[in-house]
Design a protein around this ligand. Structure first.
Ligand code: PBG
Length: 327
């Protein structure tokens, strides 16, 4: 059956008809909002390269979490800005570190909100790398126990989910074992399984103060040219016990999101990273595009590619308009 019997425009005529045949949904509960928590009180320090985002002290982060919970977002993921950095990232696994403090306060204030804790050392090390060093290289195996300790510390403080983003080999297994041994066999691990060495993390490193002080992350994060390797990363993380796998960044890697979803059929998250957010905001500020529509279209596309969950800085602005408006 072809034209004129078939006319695909028939179902595009009205909002109601379009809604009837819409294939992809986007709901507040699909979105997870990243938050940057810092020491101090009543602090809301705007991040210049990420309009609308700020470093928040625990009291402010709690208010933010309460608002996000009211909007029905799927959760928040916490990144910590420590008081002091050192070679081994001590505050990353200290029981009274900034992330455990924020978790405890949020747990009490927003009991229904899913709290994710990012697990990595780069915000806490003075050299800015994601593990401990051996010379100028990140020592994979020496970093594992520290990452596992961080994950247990966050679970103890009330994290519902731990999400390792360091890209060390074997860290999912090490974290699973440590969580189980500490009595947290029910705490899920969302692994940043296919995390690429990306230019799109630039604004985040300003936000978290986590730029590497020498070299770059290409010795542990993935080469943007590789797709098959992403599937191997995912397969290994699942074998080690990951409950959900993440692809990061999102927009330049939608093919990877799709391949992971099709191959493994497991819950998939995609991280719509800082650079993706900033470039859209910058264009919108100049009036070059409609920021709200572009954000909706972007998030819908990430869902359409196969992501169940999207970590995005747009969560707070977009959650209230979902269901009311669509690209
Ligand atoms: C830390 C981490 C990074 C991001 C999330 N966790 C930065 C990096 O690897 O340099 C990036 C998030 C973003 O850009 O929004 N390992």
């Amino acid at each position: 059956m072809t034209f004129p019997m078939t006319r695909l425009r028939r179902f595009r005529a009205t909002p109601a008809l379009r809604a009837l045949v819409r294939e992809t949904t986007l709901e507040p509960g699909d979105l997870v909002a990243p938050l940057f928590v810092c020491h101090g009180d009543k602090i809301r320090r705007p991040i210049a390269s990420m309009p609308g985002q700020a470093q928040l002290s625990v009291d402010e982060a709690v208010r933010e979490a309460e608002e996000l919970a009211r909007l029905g977002v799927g959760g928040v993921i916490l990144f910590g800005i420590p008081e002091k950095k050192d070679a081994v990232g001590s505050e990353g696994y200290a029981k009274d570190g900034i992330v455990p403090r924020a978790l405890r306060a949020m747990r009490a204030a927003a009991p229904g909100l899913t709290l994710w804790a990012d697990v990595c050392l780069c915000e806490y090390t003075d050299h800015g790398h994601c593990g401990v060093l051996a010379g100028e290289r990140v020592d994979n195996d020496k970093s594992l126990p520290l990452l596992a300790r961080a994950a247990v510390t966050y679970a103890e403080a009330g994290a519902d989910i731990v999400a390792p983003s360091d890209m060390m080999d074997g860290r999912v297994g090490a974290i699973r074992k440590a969580l189980d041994a500490a009595g947290f066999s029910e705490t899920p691990i969302v692994s940043y399984a296919a995390k690429y060495a990306s230019a799109f993390y630039g604004p985040f490193r300003e936000a978290a103060g986590s730029a590497p002080q020498f070299g770059d992350r290409r010795g542990y994060q993935m080469d943007p040219s590789n797709g098959d390797e992403a599937l191997r990363e995912v397969a290994l993380d699942l074998e080690e016990g990951a409950d959900m796998v993440m692809v990061k960044p999102a927009l330049p890697y939608l093919d990877i999101v799709r391949r992971v979803k099709e191959r493994f059929g497991v819950p998939v998250a995609a991280y719509n990273v800082s650079g993706e957010y900033s470039m859209l905001k910058a264009a919108a500020e100049r009036g070059w595009l409609d920021g709200e529509r572009a954000a909706l279209e972007t998030l819908t596309a990430i869902r359409r590619a196969g992501a169940d969950v999207i970590l995005t800085y747009h969560a707070k602005e977009i959650a209230p308009i979902l269901g009311k408006k669509f690209p």
